[in-house]
Write a protein that binds this ligand. Structure first.
Ligand code: 13P
Length: 245
């Protein structure tokens, strides 16, 4: 049995006061799933402080593919590692779309995170046009393959995968549990082709308009191991309800 994992992606939301209230709310109640929050960089130290001693982990929303150097605005995995950062999202569709991140860059970011014992949450997902053209499995397969090719089996054993159909992000349109399960099973089959043991243990999260009222149904599917939550992770009650779904 894989333990359920629910990760909040705050995106570019928050303030010191709002985060403190949110984190206090999340810490206050138990959740059946393992919980983590991915906050904007300036708030990571606040998360480190407020979540220390709690069961809730924290992470970043991105990490540089470079080790160090003249890369203005970038944040190195070594820097995140110094703070004890647990997770880093890599390849979120908003990074791929607005910042031109390629599959190769995403794989390089995953490798950097692993170098500093940060769990990369590798995000894949198709656009609506790609789904309608019947290309879903080809697109997410290609995105995943870059990571499978770059990582050793030992490294693969330390990543989390997240399927986030682009058309379901922030739109209120969720993939049906059957649609999501189909893609999750295809992703796991690709990992199985590389290593069956790693595939059986890998957490594959679903993201895209997950809310308290649809989480239980999604999480009941055999290959859906939890969620990557945007909007609903900004409300403690909703996030906890999803963590208990
Ligand atoms: P929403 O839950 O707001 O649709 O966002 C999903 C997402 O992009 C999480 O990374």
């Amino acid at each position: 049995m894989r333990q359920k994992l629910v990760i909040g992606n705050w995106k570019m939301h928050g303030s010191l006061a709002a985060n403190a209230a949110l984190l206090e709310g999340i810490k206050a109640a138990p959740a059946r799933a393992k919980l983590a929050v991915c906050a904007p960089f300036p708030y990571l130290a606040q998360c480190q402080t407020l979540l220390s001693g709690s069961q809730v982990a924290w992470g970043a929303q991105d990490v540089s593919s470079e080790a160090r150097g003249a890369f203005t605005g970038e944040v190195a995995a070594s820097m995140l590692g110094e703070f004890g950062c647990g997770y880093a999202l890599v390849g979120h569709s908003e990074r791929r779309t607005y910042h031109g991140e390629t599959d190769a860059v995403v794989a390089a970011k995953a490798l950097r995170a692993l170098e500093f014992d940060i769990v990369p949450v590798v995000c894949v997902g198709e656009t609506l046009a790609e789904r309608e053209a019947g290309q879903t499995e080809a697109v997410v397969g290609r995105q995943l393959q870059a990571v499978l090719d770059a990582l050793s089996i030992e490294q693969l054993g330390r990543i989390v995968l997240a399927y986030e159909p682009v058309w379901a992000i922030g739109t209120g349109k969720t993939a049906t549990s059957a649609q999501a399960q189909e893609v999750h099973a295809a992703l796991r089959a690709r990992v199985t082709a590389k290593d069956a043991g790693v595939a059986a243990r890998m957490a594959i999260l679903y993201g895209g308009s997950v809310k308290p009222d649809n989480a239980a149904e999604l999480f009941s599917m055999s290959d859906i191991d939890g969620g990557l939550i945007g909007g609903a992770s900004l409300k403690a009650d909703d996030f906890l309800a999803i963590g208990n779904a």
